[in-house]
Ligand binder design. Structure first.
Ligand SMILES: *Cc1c(COP(=O)(O)O)cnc(C)c1O
Length: 429
């Protein structure tokens, strides 16, 4: 597959943009490949600047649950844009989108729109601190919550040590307000919440981890966190930027039957345009300006074009209720992948929750960050490249989720397995 135009575009981009990209993962460094430059995409397929067609299992990192360029969504965006793209004042669209979100998430009584998932989580943590009068945040190793300073931190060597920043430019003083324990380790969470019972404002989690590859919550883990939060009067924040409207309309809260105090959303609810949202109980959300003392604002927040796209997507999801179909299609992909790997005795662990999955190239179950890290990334790289050459785009990193959309069909899965089997013939144990 020729990549001449992408290569040229990459060289051009490198001259004017830091690293040639506007988000690091797009540089394909994790798979040592040249980045793709996209020309257009429709439904399950994405086309690069060289005219190559791929079955797209990225779907804009899960944002495009209806597939690319869904006709209703693009038509809605088009019509909305003709009425002006931003007013900096309120519209009926914002209330309509908020109502749709509220209906899906019983734990959300009031919410606020922002422009990215990062912004949603950052604002939510500030709100949790303002509401509780405490400063510390407990998060889980390998969970990603956007790139705000305090959340770019992972565990130090000891479980109870304060965390060190993961990124240059984050002061130690800020990172030290973040406590980190392993995902799915309720005992570690219990210990640290006891130790810092009066200091922890909130426990922040991806209820299904999807940014270290897909890792489902262990039985009882989320319930346990709910109880821990109640016992120390800390707020439980579910970061449902990926899982909201993905694993169920009401996200992981609906799927696992747990109510969060505060919830963050993004990706799907913007119909592929920049978006974020956060919400929760009225008594907490009342702490936000203009009613309360916690400041938060945004020139483009609740943007009319974004809101109209979000409404089109959420209405479609509610009307068509595609979740069972997505589940069975993703189940089929999982099964076919498993069979292909088993046929040649190549050990993999496939983690799947609903329509998102990760093939980990390792033998042991993957239940947290350290087990995810045992995956053979060079083998993943070989897999990724072989699939890309055959017109199938998996995430350009072992530690990212693959997503199905409602535009994918059984024939796409069949087309995925054929080249996989060819690659496996060369790489079997
Ligand atoms: C993508 C993501 C974010 C950040 O959202 P952006 O829109 O990229 O800022 C936050 N949390 C989770 C769980 C995400 O997957």
């Amino acid at each position: 597959m020729a990549q001449k135009v992408s290569s040229e575009l990459n060289r051009r981009a490198l001259r004017s943009m830091s690293g040639g990209v506007n988000s690091p993962v797009r540089a394909f460094k994790a798979v040592g490949a040249e980045p793709l430059f996209i020309d257009h995409a429709t439904g399950a397929y994405i086309y690069d600047a060289d005219g190559n067609k791929y079955i797209d299992y990225l779907q804009s990192w899960g944002a495009s649950i209806l597939g690319h360029a869904n006709p209703l969504v693009t038509e809605t965006i088009h019509n909305s844009a003709k009425k002006g793209t931003s007013y900096g004042l309120s519209t009926a669209l914002e209330a309509e989108l908020a109502e749709l979100i509220k209906r899906a998430f019983p734990s959300i009584e009031l919410l606020r729109m922002v422009n990215s998932g990062t912004e949603a989580v950052m604002s939510t943590v500030r709100l949790a601190r303002g509401y509780t009068g405490r400063t510390k945040v407990l998060k889980f190793e390998g969970c990603y919550h956007g790139h705000s300073d305090g959340l770019l931190a992972k565990a130090g060597s000891g479980m109870t040590t304060f965390s060190v920043p993961d990124s240059a430019g984050v002061p130690q003083s800020i990172a030290s307000e973040t406590l980190v324990v392993p995902y799915n380790d309720l005992e570690a969470a219990r210990k640290i919440t006891e130790q810092f019972a009066d200091d922890i404002a909130c426990v922040l989690i991806e209820p299904v981890a999807a940014n270290m590859g897909v890792i489902p919550p262990a039985e009882g883990f989320l319930e346990g966190l709910r109880k821990l939060c109640d016992s120390i009067n800390a707020l439980l924040i579910f970061d449902e930027v990926i899982t909201g409207f993905r694993v169920a309309p009401g996200g992981a809260q609906e799927k696992y039957g747990i109510q969060a105090d505060l919830t963050t959303l993004g990706k799907i609810i913007g119909g592929g345009l920049p978006v974020g949202a956060f919400g929760g109980r009225t008594e907490i959300m009342k702490f936000l300006a203009p009613d309360g003392p916690v400041y938060q604002a945004g020139t483009l927040s609740g943007n009319p074009v974004v809101a109209s796209a979000g409404i089109a997507v959420l209405n479609t999801l509610i009307e068509t209720n595609p979740y069972e179909e997505l589940e069975s299609l993703a189940g089929l992909l999982e099964m076919k992948l498993k069979e292909a790997f088993e046929d040649v005795s190549l050990p993999v662990r496939i983690n799947r929750v609903g329509s998102m999955l990760t093939v980990f190239f390792c033998e042991n179950p993957v239940s947290n960050y350290s087990s995810a890290r045992t995956a053979d990334t060079s083998r993943y790289t070989s897999f990724f490249r072989a699939m890309q050459k055959s017109g199938i785009l998996f995430p350009p990193s072992q530690f990212e989720a693959a997503f199905l959309s409602t535009a994918h069909a059984i024939r796409d899965i069949e087309k995925t397995i054929t080249p996989l089997k060819k690659w496996l013939q060369k790489h079997k144990n």
